[in-house]
Ligand binder design. Structure first.
Ligand code: ADP
Length: 681
């Protein structure tokens, strides 16, 4: 959290690029993997098919070898034809009928002279396969080998053309005939290679396939059936016979090897499709995440910009009191870097050492889970240079996503400037008040001189009278003379007291109250407020023949207010009221122009008790244009007026939680009203 989150612009391009590259690499790799898997699966299947065909070819080879071996055993049963030539011919004919692969049989003496011979009845075109002159030499060589090996021996194959332009690929086998270990002759068997291919292998196994016998170098000697159409799979196996080596070749149609859709290839294909699907989903999910990431980055960037531009200090602490987050405004406020603040526990580095104990106690209350005031509390912080400054801290619990409290979040306001402005405004308000008072004083000075004139001239007259009495010659009635002097002195004293009282009451009022910076709230009875301004009011009232009435019921509660300021308000309103009733104004029925000051108990709808003050005159009333500007500072209709009185009154009333209102009075004039909170009785 304390580290600056990356902005949207820094996350976007590089991450975007890299992610795309990764995707491309992943798709390429996946395609390569799938391709390789498919090729391998196909190769695997081909190898398996090849192995199977090899196996089948080997079986065919062993079929042929077994057939030839069987033939050797059967042929060995043929006896020497010397004694019974007819019997030999009949046995040979039977054999040739049963064994189609044998083209001819002949019996020879030890010198290879022909004793008997028989040709297969299946040979067409009068093909005389053996005992032709060109074969004698080869047969002699084979029989010589057979004699040496004491077993059947085969000759290399050769082609014997028939009359119709066709022919047969033939091969001789020579079996030496021994009697009591002595050679008595040879049995020469001529095999048709075509016949071997047709008769000896399992026919079912070669159905639909091409079977051929070839030279080891691949030269074709004999084939059966047709080579399958289309692509074929070729398998070859050596057919080793004593004296002759050939190859058996099997051509199988490739279609048979095709892999079924449910085979490995199909499976790999299906899995690849699934994989691609999953990748697609992943991509979709990724794009979703990317969008969310972008939105998150933007939100973070916005939050950071907001936090950086805030002038309010922000600080987060965990439940143990360690700082987990601070914003730049807070760092600037306390004159410490974020590094110097983060992770710091209690006492905090910006606590003035002498107040650390109190702050610790406050922290303990917080940890105990007590609710803190929402309007915050004031405190004092200290910068590293030792300067202390007042702050307002508003704290709230830090609740995480699970709804558990993880610490405290505080907004901190530096009150230095606010306090300075407040002090300035208080000073200017005081000056305003002083000005208003001076204005009152100036006005009162003339009234005072008039008022003092009376007692002073009375004092002067009494003093002159007393002096005369004292300077007159003493007569017999000296006692009555002294009594007159004492009476004059008493009157002088009374007048002097009266003058002193007038001066004191004015002095009391004008004297600036001790400045405390706060409204001096005290419980004051309404009548004592009226009494305080009474001498000043009567000064003006008696001169202008105005009667002042006080109306305060006995049960009226005391008001909770700043006595001096409320006196000033009442005096201003009363003076305005008297000025609204100039001497030429018609008197009321009582013969006097009357000004009424009243105070009554008032209960507000929310059940609070207040005291309602009213100053009612019976003057000309308020014209509309005057009423509209009544509270505008410096608005006045009087030649000597300052236009500050009512705006000052309103300020004072509002400071007491009230409102200054006005309404027409009966039968004429205006009533100014305001209320003050009632003191608890
Ligand atoms: P000032 O008395 O110096 O003119 P105020 O703010 O006390 O300043 O009064 C402003 C104006 O309001 C007065 O000039 C006067 O015209 C009018 N005014 C105040 N009180 C009354 C009243 N009781 N009756 C008629 N007019 C009044």
């Amino acid at each position: 959290m304390p580290t600056a989150p990356a902005t949207a612009s820094t996350i976007k391009p590089s991450g975007h690029h890299r992610r795309w590259l990764l995707w491309v690499a992943m798709v390429v790799l996946l395609c390569a993997l799938v391709g390789t898997a498919m090729v391998l699966a196909r190769r695997f299947q081909e190898i398996r098919v090849q192995e199977q065909l090899d196996q089948e070819t080997a079986t065919l080879v062993s079929d042929i070898r077994a057939g030839l071996r069987r033939n050797v055993q059967t042929l060995q049963a043929l006896r020497d034809p010397t004694g019974d030539h007819e019997g030999w011919v009949s046995a040979a004919t039977d054999l040739l009928t049963q064994r189609r692969e044998i083209a001819a049989l002949s019996w020879h003496n030890a010198a290879l002279g022909t004793l008997a011979e028989r040709t297969s009845p299946y040979l067409v075109n009068g093909l005389k396969p053996h005992l032709a002159d060109d074969r004698l030499q080869d047969i002699a060589a084979v029989c010589a080998n057979a004699r040496r090996a004491s077993g059947a021996m085969y000759s290399p194959s050769y082609f014997r053309p028939s009359g119709d332009g066709q022919g047969l690929e033939l091969m001789e086998m020579c079996i030496p005939a021994l009697q009591q270990g002595k050679l008595i002759g040879y049995l020469v068997v001529t095999y048709s290679l075509q016949g071997i291919l047709t008769e000896l292998p399992d026919r079912v196994a070669v159905r639909g396939r091409g079977l051929a016998l070839t030279e080891p170098d691949g030269t074709r000697l004999a084939i059966t059936w047709q080579r399958p159409l289309g692509r074929v799979v070729v398998t070859e196996q050596l057919l080793e016979l004593p004296g002759n080596v050939m190859k058996l070749r099997l051509d199988s149609p490739r279609e048979r090897f095709d892999i079924s859709p449910w085979g490995a290839t199909g499976l790999v294909g299906a899995m690849s499709t699934l994989l691609l699907g999953v990748m697609g989903l992943l991509g979709w999910d990724m794009r979703l995440r990317q969008r969310v990431e972008l939105a998150l980055a933007e939100a973070l960037a916005f939050r950071k910009a907001m936090e950086d531009s805030l002038v309010t200090g922000l600080r987060a602490r965990d439940m143990s009191g360690s700082i987990t987050y601070v914003n730049p405004a807070f760092c600037q406020m306390v004159g410490l870097d974020a590094d110097a603040l983060l992770g710091k526990g209690l006492p905090a580095p910006y606590w003035p050492p002498d107040m650390a104990d109190e702050y610790q106690r406050r922290q303990a209350i917080r940890l105990a889970g007590q609710v803190l005031p929402r309007e915050g509390f004031e405190s004092v912080f200290m910068r590293p240079d030792g300067t202390c400054f007042p702050v307002l801290i508003i704290e709230a619990p830090l609740i995480n996503a699970e709804g558990t409290q993880t610490g405290w979040m505080s907004a901190i306001l530096d009150l230095t400037e606010q306090n300075r402005i407040e002090a300035l405004s208080r000073a200017s308000q005081d000056r305003l008040q002083a000005t208003a008072r001076l204005a009152s004083v100036g006005e009162m000075a003339s009234l005072l001189s008039h008022e003092l004139n009376q007692p002073l001239s009375a004092i002067s007259s009494y003093a002159t009278g007393a002096l005369n009495l004292l300077t007159e010659p003493h007569d017999a009635n000296q006692t009555s003379q002294l009594g007159d002097v004492a009476d004059a002195m008493t009157r002088i004293q009374a007048q002097a007291d009266r003058a002193a009282k007038v001066i004191r009451s004015v002095g009391d009022f004008v004297r600036r109250r001790e400045h405390t910076g706060e409204l001096a709230r005290e419980s004051v009875s309404p009548s004592s407020l009226f009494q305080a301004i009474w001498p000043l009011l009567t000064l003006q009232a008696s001169r202008e023949h105005i009667r002042i009435e006080l109306d305060t019921p006995a049960d009226c509660p005391d008001a909770l207010c700043d006595r001096t300021m409320v006196e000033q308000v009442l005096l201003n309103l009363a003076r305005n009221g008297m000025q609204a009733m100039p001497p030429e104004h018609p008197p009321t029925s009582s013969g006097y122009r009357t000004l009424t000051l009243s105070a009554h108990p008032l209960s507000t709808p929310d059940g609070k008790h207040r005291v309602l003050f009213a100053v009612t005159d019976h003057g000309a009333g308020l014209p509309d244009d005057v009423a509209a500007n009544l509270f505008t500072p410096f608005f006045t209709t009087k030649a000597e007026g300052m236009g500050l009185g009512l705006s000052l009154c309103r300020t004072v009333v509002e400071q007491h939680g009230g409102t200054l209102t006005h309404a027409p009075a009966e039968p004429c004039g205006t009533a100014f009203c305001f209320s003050l909170p009632a003191a608890h009785t």
